[in-house]
Design a protein around this ligand. Structure first.
Ligand code: PLP
Length: 402
């Protein structure tokens, strides 16, 4: 049992990086090429166009950096803000905290709305703050669409409505790192100004691409004074126009991205969202069969890409994770910052199906039992199975009725 080699595949259920499908692995397995060749734009120009589809934008301009999502955070802010600018942000988890911290390091003044972890953005409070800002000193509103640390999804459309109701011209910045390409996201319809994502979650790629989508209104703010060099939008846009980059792009990842976008298109984005909802639903059924609670306080906060599961008092979530990893070759997500030890997370996003997820639910159940958490063996697996079978049967009935 305890040999050095762990046979079979590692069950990767952290909420990113996610499983990289074999098709994408093969697509990235390429010889290096000249990124200044006359052929290179054949790869890149369609990529820039197709990327817009996952943001659901026609008007937005997409910029791809060889960075992680954190680089995309920095790019969005530094290209559109000047030191001393005021931005409004809600803080309710590790990633909303880190983004605020990053903004402050660039000299931005962040007005923070503290929310209980397990909840998300409260659009009514955003509206109130914006209404009070009669001189329009607030330049932007920062929203983490899906707080990966707590498994909470916020309503970005409602934030946009709140901004409109206050008749406020602030830019809308949205972190979609663990939502874009997994949960419904509508750049144009919600009039998002800067949307941010990374390659290692819904796009099913390794980490290494930071992607920003900027609205025309955001681009008009590009004379902002925050220091930037590597992340300068202008350099990218100029080079991208003819299919090139201002510096060496992450070639293998771009080839992988082409395959990833093709896979998302083949499945259909709406089907991808529905699959994530379905898998999340099975996971939530397992959690309630265990008699445990999610960190997300109410169903309206439930995330379809990650479930953060509270362990009972007197137990340490880190022990569940360690046990699952060492004994069952299952990687679960850790509790971060003020949630450290209090929960473990099951990421259910990316290239995933029901049986893979049942494996993770089973492993989590065993690991919990092993450290003394009394959940009924098999109860979570059975509850998720029932959800999945019920959905299959409804689908068959629907097809039969057509
Ligand atoms: N934002 C969210 C919501 C995230 O989940 C993460 C990482 O998990 C980040 C930002 C930071 O992205 P990265 O780790 O790719 O820099």
């Amino acid at each position: 049992m305890a040999g050095a080699r762990k046979p079979g595949r590692n069950f990767l259920f952290v909420p990113g990086p996610t499983n990289v499908p074999d098709r994408i692995l093969r697509a990235m397995h390429i010889a290096m090429e000249d990124h200044r060749s006359s052929d290179f734009p054949k790869l890149t120009l369609p990529l820039f166009e197709n990327l817009k589809k996952i943001f659901k934008t026609r008007e937005g301009q997409v910029v791809v950096y060889p960075s992680s999502g954190t680089g995309a955070w920095e790019a969005a802010l530094t290209n559109t803000c000047s030191p001393g600018d005021k931005l409004l942000a809600a803080r309710f988890g590790q990633f909303s905290s880190l983004w605020i911290e990053l903004a402050r390091r660039h000299g931005l003044e962040i007005i923070v709305q503290e929310e209980e972890w397990g909840t998300g953005v409260h659009p009514d409070k955003i509206e109130e703050a914006l209404r009070e800002d009669k001189n329009h000193e607030i330049k932007g509103v920062m929203v983490v669409h899906n707080e990966t640390a707590t498994g909470v999804t916020s309503d970005v459309a409602a934030v946009r409505r709140a901004m409109d109701a206050a008749d406020h011209p602030a830019l809308l910045y949205v972190d979609g790192v663990s939502s874009i390409a997994s949960i419904d996201f509508r750049f144009d319809e919600w009039r998002v100004d800067l949307a941010i994502t990374g390659s290692q979650k819904g796009l099913m790629l390794p980490a290494g691409l930071g992607i920003v989508c900027a609205s025309q209104k955001a681009l008009a703010a590009m004379n902002a004074k925050c220091r930037r060099a590597y992340f300068e939008f202008g350099d990218h846009m100029k080079a991208n126009a003819t299919g090139y980059f201002p510096y060496t792009p992450a070639l293998s990842l771009l080839h992988g991205l082409r395959e990833s976008l093709a896979m998302l298109e083949e499945e259909g984005l709406e089907n991808v969202f529905a699959r994530h909802r379905h898998l999340a639903d099975g996971t939530r059924a397992a959690v309630s069969a265990w008699g445990l609670k999610l960190c997300a306080k109410e169903p309206n906060w439930h995330s379809d890409t990650v479930s953060a599961i509270m362990v009972p008092h007197g137990f340490n979530g880190a022990e569940v994770i360690d046990r699952a990893y060492r004994c069952y070759n299952l990687a679960l997500g850790a509790g971060l910052s003020q949630m450290a030890g209090k929960l473990f997370r099951i990421g259910h996003l990316g290239d995933l199906n029901e049986l893979m997820l049942l494996g993770a639910i089973s492993g989590a159940e065993m690991a919990m039992n092993d450290i003394g958490i009394e959940v009924e063996p098999g109860s979570g697996v059975a509850a998720a199975q029932a959800r999945f079978r019920g959905a299959q049967m409804r689908e068959q009935q629907r097809i039969a009725a057509e």
